[in-house]
Design a binder for this molecule. Structure first.
Ligand code: CS2
Length: 451
């Protein structure tokens, strides 16, 4: 079999040669104009929103091509995607094998701060009607206590003193919205797709509080004129490994330098508030609702809360992947009981929502042996993830005067994880915006010298 390196690179001229098994009907595809700017062109966006958007355009057309932006200056990723004219493949891995699909919706990739002029030209284009985001919890620069922008963060300070050369999400959005207001161009809708409770409202508060530092009138205009609908997004999307390169090459007969692995399951629940229009996501399986709250709490608490629990217990106990951990009966029983007796009772779901079915489906998704979702990946950024995933649930249990021993065990596992080594003594890195402070606290709590 040809190795990926010996094959020609995936490119748009090759699309007509690709088989219909790997490409939705090419005949139905019309190259769209760019209507969406997405901040955070990571694996999750490429395996989730971009796929929904491509299918929505196939279903009902529209110029909803995507300009993807890496805010971390990842020029290698930008160049790798642009060398393929934005094309890449999604490798769905289920117990029954892999399904490879080429995605065409990504039309341009920019890397900040190198491509700042191009980004702001794109954000000023009236054809851009949605700016969506997957920048992870730490990308919001939120003050954990107030929900406003974290004014003491050096990156926020930079953007406040360099309003025309911003690098943070609040700085970029405020600069772009100011330019549209000043040019009397209708604002774009801001669509958060991150794992935060009330993610749209949370982002709106950060953006308005950032704007208010320098221009109250602009902050008031954003608050009155800009839509920030909330969403719940769900698909397990691990980091790319060599296996995806091999699967894509075998399926396509071309080399894809940036394939994305994911599970077969996907879900997207979106508050339907798009004054400037949106793709036909409703036609391809997304749920458009008035209030996403019940869905987002169920997902954040039942999936993300138990994901983090599994990750920290596994980092200490030596399980490398989620499927390895959940295969251990004691671990599976703990997670099953945590969802059943401590998390599910805090949810206020529609009558049609069967929490036992949701729970059992999650356990099956975790057991997927083909995905190899690394616990170390999920264990990252605990200081940003623990509050929305576990502390909110604990607060609800306390308010209801109900026990929460398993949830407390999860938080204790995170605190123990911060010591930097597993029970067998093997060491690992702590990847977290607050790593320095946390490791010092953990060392003093454990009476250990900090390394
Ligand atoms: C995971 C999430 O890495 C993590 O923190 O818990 O990325 C999880 O895979 C997704 O939210 C699933 O929808």
């Amino acid at each position: 079999m040809s190795t990926p390196a010996s094959l020609p690179r995936l490119n748009r001229q090759a699309l007509s040669a690709l088989h219909e098994h790997v490409l939705s009907p090419q005949a139905a595809w019309r190259e769209p104009g760019i209507g969406i700017v997405h901040l955070g062109i990571g694996n999750f966006h490429r395996a989730h929103q971009a796929l929904y958007t491509e299918e929505a355009m196939l279903a009902e057309g529209g110029d909803w091509g995507i300009c993807g932006v890496t805010l971390q200056g990842d020029v290698a990723k930008r160049d790798a995607l642009m060398e393929q004219q934005g094309l890449y493949s999604v490798v769905e891995r289920g117990p029954d094998g892999a399904k490879v699909t080429v995605v065409r919706a990504l039309r341009e990739v920019l890397a900040m701060p190198h491509d700042s002029d191009a980004l702001f030209a794109r954000l000023a284009d009236p054809a851009v009607r949605i700016v969506s985001l997957t920048v992870t919890e730490k990308g919001y620069y939120r003050d954990a206590k107030t929900g406003d922008v974290a004014l003491d963060d050096p990156a926020v300070q930079h953007d406040l003193s360099h309003p025309h050369a911003p690098r943070t999400v609040p700085g970029i959005l405020v600069a772009a919205l100011r330019a549209r207001r000043d040019a009397a161009i209708k604002p774009f809708t801001v669509l958060s797709c991150d794992n935060l409770a009330h993610n749209g409202a949370a982002l709106r508060q950060v953006v308005c509080s950032f704007a208010r530092q320098s221009d109250t009138a602009l902050a008031d205009w954003i608050a009155a004129e800009v839509a920030f609908p909330s969403t719940m997004v769900d698909r397990i999307v691990p980091a790319t490994t060599d296996a995806e390169h091999a699967s894509a090459a075998a399926a396509l007969g071309y080399r894809d330098a940036v394939p994305v692995p994911c599970e077969p399951f996907r879900q997207w629940v979106i508050e339907d508030h798009f004054p400037a229009g949106r793709p036909a996501w409703h036609a391809v399986g997304a749920q458009l609702v008035d209030d996403v709250t019940p869905y987002e709490l169920a997902k954040l608490r039942m999936l993300n809360g138990t994901h983090s629990t599994l990750a920290y217990l596994s980092m200490l106990g030596g399980f490398a992947t989620i499927d390895e951990a959940i295969a251990e009966p004691a671990v599976r029983n703990l997670i099953h009981a945590m969802m059943t007796h401590e998390i599910a009772p805090t949810l206020d779901m529609p009558a049609s929502f069967d929490v036992a079915v949701y729970r059992d489906a999650l356990l099956e998704r975790y057991a997927n042996p083909a995905l190899k979702h690394r616990c170390a990946q999920i264990a990252m950024d605990g200081s940003q993830k623990i509050p929305p995933r576990l502390l909110g649930t604990i607060a609800a249990r306390i308010a209801a005067n109900q026990p929460f021993a398993r949830l407390a065990l999860a938080v204790a596992a995170w605190m123990t994880f911060l010591r930097g080594h597993a029970d067998d003594g093997s060491r690992y890195d702590i990847s977290d915006p607050l790593a320095g402070r946390l490791k010092t606290l953990a060392a003093s709590a454990n009476g250990e010298p900090q390394r």
